[in-house]
Design a protein around this ligand. Sequence first.
Ligand code: NAG
Ligand code: NAG
Ligand code: ZN
Length: 982
Amino acid sequence: MLFLSESPTHGLERGIFASQVLVKGNMARPAISMMLMLSIILPQACAALAAMTTALGVIEDKSAVSPQTETAPQPWERYRLPDTLSPVHYNITLWPRLTKNEHGLYVFTGHSTVDFECVKETDLILIHSSKLNLIKSSGHHATLTGLGGAVAPTIKTTWLQETTEYLVIQLNSKLEPGKSYQLYSSFQGELTEDLNGFYRSHYSEGTESKVVAASHLQPTDAREVFPCFDEPALKAVFHVAIIHDHGASALSNSMETDVVNITIDGHDVSQTTFKPTKLMSTYLVAFVVCDYSHIKTHEIPDVLIRLWAKRELLVGRYGDYALNITVPLLTRLEAMFDITFPLDKYDQVALPDYSAYPMENWGLVTYREVVLWYDPKLSPHKDREWVTITVAHELAHTWFGNLVTLKWWNDLWLNEAFASYMSYVVSNQVKPDMNLMDMMLLIYPKEIMGQDAQTDSLPLSCPEEEVKTPEDIGLMFTQITYSKGVLVLHMLSNFLTETVFLQGLRTYLKQFSFSSVTPANLWHHLQNAVDGSPEVKLPASVGDIMNRWILQMGYPVVTIDTTTGTISQRHFLLDPNAVVQRPSFYKYEWIVPITWMKSGIEQNKVWLIHKSDVCEAMKTDREWVLANLNMSGYFRVNYDLENWHRLITQLGANHEEIPAVSRARIIDDAFNLARAKVISTTLALRTTKYLRRERELLPWEAALDNLEYFFHMFQRSAVYSPMQVYLKKQVQPLFRHFKNITSNWTDIPSKHTDKYTQANVISLACEVGLEECRQLVTAWYGEWMSNPDINPIPPHLKQKVYCAALSEGGRREWDFGWQEFNLRADATEHAHSDMRSSLACTRVPRLLHRYVRYMMDPNKNQMLDIAETTSYVASNVVGEPVAWNFVVTKWDDISYSYGPESNELADLILKVTKRFSSKEKVDELQSFRKVLSQAGLDSAVRAVEKAIQRTEDNIRWVAENLEQVQEWFSREGTLRGENGLE
Ligand SMILES: *[C@@H]1O[C@H](CO)[C@@H](O)[C@H](O)[C@H]1NC(C)=O
Ligand SMILES: *[C@@H]1O[C@H](CO)[C@@H](O)[C@H](O)[C@H]1NC(C)=O
Ligand SMILES: [Zn+2]
């Protein structure tokens, strides 16, 4: 699944989208990653991690896990199924009702059978079932029959065990090993709106209001739709039939075989039957009933590829790009893994927004519709990137997740990290113009390296025993699994070489097709590939190297001292005083592959296998040494001061001798090392001096990302003016560069990454007061105001230009923006959200108050998400007090609309308070904390506590840095020439 949700226990994959919002400075920053917040709200997974792992990371004693009581728990009190039964085949018939029944409820009814084999003698059947109303027959919740001549024992008693979500069936005699049986049940459930299980979603088409029924069963909600052995390793064949109204379309994982008209209890309905599926996991089963239309392609022999959506969107051809890109992506993936797509159809369904998270249900992938739309004329370039990456991610799950599945959820990264990483690899091959491998190295470090440098981070893989309940499983869907997973796989592919990496994956995928895996299976196949490739030399086995990266949280900072040639490693923590509580068998040491260059010439890779070592070749007093080339490894690098100076000098003299990805890493490492007090803040600032000559996206992004904190801390202080002067000087050449390459802003840059850079440059240049920039945005916006039907602003610049223009403008500009926002509300989602965030950019407090008021007005707030809009307002330095005041005074209303324990609320508190850096604010937070804690709002209280902590950190940081930073900016801002002191 793709990380989208705010909800930790359910659908996720927001990361990929959040991270691509490349907004800078004090501009509104929509969809900020949820991970910061996850770490406060959620109890810790992997609690006793290291204590329970052996050298190989394998649990020694499975039975010693729940020793709380004297008596061992009953089988139905354990969250994992016993290994007595093995499902083979399900027959499922479902009838979702898309209209309310007489009690005002949307329900579905159904019945199902599961054929299973008895593996070990038992008189107990445990099968998952939750929230289903099982209809009793002869006094029991299910009926049992023997298959192939087996005689079924009679049922003694049945009951529902709610905590563990089982239907428990006790038998009067034993099931026999080797024999097969069939369990039948008939049931009723609710089609809720909570986006999990079998749910409904409402949308309008023209003036008509419609309902679509869809399912999202990952990770543990199949049991809410039909009784099943709901563990990923228990694969079976699913034979599905769906009953629906005439004319509606019913979809499931496999191809529909026939549609017949039938009459049930006097209702004339249709029944669509589907081919039996391949052997697959329960969480990948899917059902959709809709009144959609579809487009399709037969370009791949034997695979019908369709895209389903509401008609108007298909008529507008917004789905064409997604459908067309599916073909080359699928073909490339097949070739890469040497396994053809195993199904005969691939449906992609666009569900109404805010209803679906992209989910890789096998053969029936569901998306939220905005994720799939691309209009070559109107959509910004990033949509093309998102659509490509998202479609590729879900396709890659075909091999990683669907065909070869994690044995248990503790190794979710085996599905998600691979799908995420492969989506970049394959998209980069299909659309090389987007520089996607660079985009990957822009997005993921930003998402994860901050979080993973805290003591409360988590390892990529937890011991199986630590992940039991549905809540534990939900906790695995974190940014660690996705983002760290991507970077760790990138490192693995780099040190194995891509050829060996892919070769190992091919045999791994072949051997475990239609089966399930643990990391040990993966290491084994990669090791075989290494053993067959003499050119790849490793200092230890693949498993030995990788377990350190998988089973330990965090990552190292590698320090290279060129005066002695010493290389050493240390667990990198942003807080120099933090104490790590979680023990690690590997003592937070890693086996680190270090690529490096000396004065522009790449050298042989070095492996750091101990805490410290000497590499003679790195000893030098003249040449510059640069390690972790193109971010081939997941770590940070520090150097002796002399080498830092030499690197900075090189950047000033000819930065292109250092690859762009590495230039970005130098900046990012320097700022993070400064935060951790390893180097001085001014040394970090010096890495930005060469930016006057920088034209590439990644280094600028790294700088802007890190300077954002300086904006937050100093925007209202005396530092801001010299900082503005300095940044104006740095950004002006880039601004001019774009003016030139776009023929005075009339063309659109052809290079994909340049479009991001262009948006960044406008945002920054206007923010720091470059007059030409202000004129440009004001003129653009004015032209649009005078002729609202023709918007002259290029799509990829809209958000930045609107924001800058509204920031410059007053009431007239704001009223026009508000009017546009409402007028074009349903045109394209982006015009819509661009304006939504931009309306918060005005510097007129009265207008910000008005915006906030509109949110609470039921006639106006239809399209304004309160938490999101308030966060936008808070991103604006003028808006911050408005937003904070709003949160404190209207807390009851806000929390009512989200529910007291919702993540949005905790997230909102953290966003609104991010600039806080005074004692006064600590006091205000303390009193707010009191109010919340009296109301018993635990997750909000935790968020406020985190905000208090952060405010105190900020106070300290400002006290330590204000003077030197002010002095530095003042000096550098007034210096002439590019290299300043160099
Ligand atoms: C499953 O149901 C179909 C009809 O929907 C029937 O033809 C088939 O025999 C059933 N299979 C099993 C194994 O019960
Ligand atoms: C099913 O019934 C509908 C409505 O009466 C009709 O339009 C359709 O042609 C019928 N389909 C079949 C296969 O008989
Ligand atoms: Zn996924």
